[in-house]
Design a protein around this ligand. Structure first.
Ligand code: HEM
Length: 492
């Protein structure tokens, strides 16, 4: 007898649910003795929650609440201090928030730590991603990818990005309400896809943007592959992106289509490596995973940083006045209608400090995870091999013993040299952000065009963070009312 379609679906769902419960029970029974283990007297303070589950539920609840996932860390830091442990997704996680521990972990002179992402993130960006590479392989990938961020390519990128910003800003009318995050996401996505794979317009770009968004939302989800889960949707989006990249790559190879972008440079590297065995050899899988990684690492982060920067400036008139004076003065020195160069950006001292201060206060990437490779001691506490340690950059950025009045937006604090390991917006050590200069360039260009063309008023000062976002991203996107400057010195 044939069952109706709904009944079949219910049966399949029940089957999956039973499978899941059975798997959980199996792992619990196997792991329980290890999890309970002998308590360590010098272990960091904190609670590892329930067996197997740990504090995953509390972590997921924090992601779902308005104050965002960082709230989970902050509340424990207040309870336990600069070093505490918890357990998320079955892994013991230690959070550390002193400059000394940041130095020890990120510098990694002892070789006891390596980069570690939770499994869901690793699966979504791919095994060949620079984010997941072993220490040895990471060096090779970093050399190949690092070459792409040369001064020449950044110079070209800066001019193109400026053109794009100018065009977008021209579309704003007097009195318009603009959602800065939406504008910034669109401009940065277009610019990054342009320089990476030569895709700047059209339906393909729109589909890609939707898929990237899907992956970003799946990064902090429970890694369940069931049909209706956020994680599964993220994996499907990843598959679609891989297919698109395959098509573009094959067109370049077989139809001789050539463009001046990162993908073309990476393909040329493969060709060269066929003739010269000493050259690093990348596989197609590495190219695809790392193009995806750079889109994810570069777009959301930079767009969020721009959004916070506009909000902080809109709420700090004094800093905005100093900045505008600097930028209008600078605008008089460049010919009207010309595009900004990389060199121009090096002549904006106060704007550079505004960028730095915004990144400090926003802490777009709030903490950096590393896997403990050998038992070690830190701040007097014992760390076990297999645990994950997280450098809590956000706490360091907001620590009053590191930065005076840390909640005050004060770009001039960077007039003096900062204390070592006190500014970690782009990380530190061998894993420092590859796109630091590119991100800074985008923020400075946007800043210059905005303050020399418009005044703005922040319409909603709510600082709630977006749920499920991997990076600190404003939920309201920072709506501002814009008004063209009366004395518009730099006609765009
Ligand atoms: C304001 C914008 C950005 C911020 C705040 C930011 C922040 C960071 C941080 C903190 C790390 C290191 C994480 C760790 O040590 O665990 C990192 C790594 C990385 N970032 Fe960025 N980033 C930004 C923009 C970009 C851009 C524009 C790109 C490239 C298009 C990029 C590509 C990368 C890559 C590939 C890595 C991995 C480096 C490695 O593991 O060797 N980022 N980023």
């Amino acid at each position: 007898m044939l069952l109706p379609r709904e009944n079949i679906t219910s049966l399949v769902l029940c089957f999956y649910a039973l499978l899941l419960v059975a798997a959980l029970l199996f792992v619990t029974v196997k792991k329980l003795p290890k999890i309970r283990g002998e308590p360590m007297s010098d272990a960091p303070p904190g609670s590892c929650g329930l067996p197997l589950l740990g504090e995953t539920v509390q972590f997921m609840a924090a992601i779902h609440r308005g104050r965002g996932f960082y709230d989970f860390v902050q509340s424990r830091r207040l309870r336990y201090g600069n070093c505490f442990k918890t357990n998320i997704f079955g892994i013991t996680q230690v959070f550390l928030s002193s400059t000394a521990s940041a130095k020890m972990i990120l510098n990694n002179e002892s070789g006891k730590f390596t980069k570690r992402y939770i499994r869901s993130i690793a699966e979504l960006v791919g095994d060949h991603s620079i984010l997941c590479a072993s220490q040895q392989h990471h060096k090779l990938l970093r050399t190949c990818l690092g070459n792409l961020f040369s001064t020449a390519s950044l110079s070209k990128f800066t001019r193109q990005f400026d053109e794009s910003v100018v065009q977008s800003l021209e579309g704003w009318g007097d009195g318009d309400i603009v959602i800065i995050l939406n504008e910034a996401l669109e401009i940065t996505f277009k610019a990054i896809c342009g320089i990476l794979i030569g895709l700047e317009d059209g339906d393909e770009l729109k589909t890609l943007q939707k898929d990237i968004d899907c992956i970003c939302k799946a990064m902090l989800a429970l890694p369940l592959r069931l049909p209706w889960t956020r994680f599964r949707r993220g994996l499907q989006a990843r598959e679609r992106i891989m297919r698109t990249l395959e098509t573009i790559t094959s067109e370049r190879r077989h139809r001789g289509i050539s463009q001046d972008d990162f993908l073309q440079h990476l393909l040329a590297l493969i060709e060269k490596a066929y003739c010269d065995v000493d050259l690093p050899r990348l596989t197609d899988g590495e190219i695809k995973d790392n193009i995806l990684t750079m889109i994810i690492a570069g777009q959301d982060t930079t767009a969020s940083a721009i959004t916070w920067m506009v909000k902080y400036l809109g709420e700090n008139q004094k800093a905005l006045d100093i900045l505008r004076a600097e930028q209008l003065h600078f605008a008089k020195r460049i010919s009207p209608g010309s595009r900004l160069s990389l060199e121009d950006l090096s002549q904006m001292p106060y704007a550079s400090k505004v960028v730095k201060e915004s990144l400090r206060m926003a802490s777009i990437v709030p903490w950096f995870p590393r896997l403990v490779l050998q038992d070690s001691k830190i701040e007097g506490y014992q760390l076990k091999r297999g645990w994950t340690v997280n450098v809590d950059a956000r706490s360091i950025h907001l620590d009053p013993s590191v930065h005076t009045n840390p909640h005050e937006f004060n770009p001039s604090r960077f007039d003096d040299e900062s204390k070592p390991y006190s500014f970690l917006a782009f990380g530190m050590g061998a894993r420092t952000c590859l796109g630091t200069n590119m991100a800074r360039a985008m923020m400075l260009v946007f800043l210059h065009r905005l303050v020399t063309s418009y005044e703005w008023e922040v319409m909603d000062s709510d600082s709630t963070l977006e749920k499920w976002a991997m990076f600190s991203r404003l939920k309201n996107g920072c709506p501002v009312m814009v008004k063209r400057l009366a004395d518009h010195t730099t006609p765009v």
